[in-house]
Ligand binder design. Structure first.
Ligand code: FES
Length: 394
């Protein structure tokens, strides 16, 4: 019989990961591989934290909707005919068929299986041939709804109806990114991303990592963002995210073969902002890579202890799309970004293989991994608090 890894020893030892970066060690490898830990993590993190699911611009008109899923929960985001944006479970309250797939515009969701029909607010408005069913009142049935909040154009949901609002805990990050005006930035809805065989934290850590930039990505597509110019500012303790800035060797650096911005620069950026890149993380789902002419956003959707799906989108300054060469320039940016991302994916997949090994250990950090320590500082208190509650229930 396999012994549970969930015990006081594991959670007490997590203190070592939340120390300063020069003292800290990584989380235990099992936190990235173990199925029971993932079930614990769903309660510790995903059931109570704000989860990014997409952009408000994807659902601008009444009736617009899109679907997604995270931690095995199918979700539909819809703008009602009353103009209100709502997030709901897409699980039919009859026999669990999903009432919506993909994206589109609708006046209601008709479950394909037996045609129960739900309004865009989730209320069950029709259930055919249920008149002989005892004690059945469709007015008592609805798709479960979730909290919704918009932050800089990103839609966040929360499964916990009691969760405190997100924005007040992101005020430091809101100031940091204000000049990008992301609420008004433009970009298409990305195709749903690929499923990747590595833990969601491996992905988030990779995007945070200033250390690998000058090593893994060494070459003309990345050398202008050197690791030694990484900075990891301290934020107020209750901040629900963290960031690093990374100075660049020239102004308006961007990921393409010219190493310079091709698209219009976000018009309100300061000189300082135009001479660096900024990497913002709102765990457990959103990661931003911000440069002068483009913001890459990653929506990381956990799907098990060793899998996640990631949606990758781009945002550009308003009206950038009016440039006749917009598509060509975007393709140049995207080609370079894809090459860099493929280098990351290769490493991420093999890190997951390594984490499964009996020889995986709790490693040490370079100062250039300050964001990993910030992530640990976000995770460890949540894990330890949830463990106390989890243990009390056992
Ligand atoms: Fe949806 Fe039956 S499962 S109507």
């Amino acid at each position: 019989m396999t012994r549970s890894i969930l015990n006081d020893t594991l959670f007490n030892a997590m203190d070592l990961s939340a120390l300063s970066v020069d003292e800290a060690v990584t989380l235990a490898p099992e936190c990235y591989t173990d199925a029971e830990f993932y079930e614990f993590e769903k309660e510790a993190v995903f059931n109570h934290e704000w989860l990014c699911v997409g952009r408000e611009s994807w659902v601008q008109q009444p009736g617009d909707y899109f679907t997604t899923h995270i931690v095995d929960e199918p979700i539909v985001i819809a703008r009602g005919l009353d103009g209100v944006l709502r997030a709901m479970s897409s699980v039919c309250q009859h026999r669990a068929m999903l009432v919506a797939e993909g994206a589109g515009n609708a006046r209601a969701f008709v479950c394909p299986y037996h045609h129960w029909t739900y309004g865009l607010d989730g209320a069950l408005v029709n259930a055919p041939a249920m008149g002989k069913t005892c004690n059945f009142d469709r007015k008592n049935i609805a798709l479960p709804t979730f909290q919704v909040e918009i932050w800089h154009g990103f839609i966040f949901i929360n499964f916990d109806p009691e969760a405190a609002p997100l924005a007040p805990r992101l005020s430091s990050l809101s100031s940091l990114i204000a000049n990008y005006d992301l609420a008004n930035a433009e970009g298409p809805r990305p195709e749903p991303g690929e499923r990747h065989p590595w833990n969601w934290k491996v992905m988030l850590e990779n995007n945070n990592d200033g250390y690998h930039a000058s090593r893994l990505h060494q070459g003309p597509l990345h050398d202008f963002v050197p690791s030694e110019q990484a900075v990891f500012p301290e934020l107020p303790a209750d901040t629900a995210g963290y960031y690093r800035t990374n100075g660049t060797l020239h102004k308006d650096a961007s990921f393409n073969a010219t190493q310079r911005a091709l698209l219009p620069v976000f018009p309100d950026l300061s000189e300082e902002e135009r001479n660096r890149m900024t990497f913002v993380n709102i765990p457990p789902t959103l990661s931003l890579v911000m440069m002068s002419d483009m913001v890459i956003y990653l929506i990381i959707r956990a799907e098990g202890p060793e899998h996640h799906t990631m949606d990758t989108g781009l945002l550009v300054a308003p009206d950038a799309t009016k440039d006749p060469s917009y598509e060509h320039k975007l393709q140049m940016n995207w080609a370079a970004s894809e090459e860099i991302i493929s280098q990351d994916f290769h490493v991420d997949e093999l890190v997951q293989v390594g984490l499964r090994s009996r020889h995986a250990i709790r490693g040490r950090y370079s100062w250039q991994e300050g964001a990993q320590q910030a992530f640990n500082g976000w995770l460890v208190p949540r894990y330890q608090k949830a463990w106390q509650q989890w243990r009390a229930r056992k």
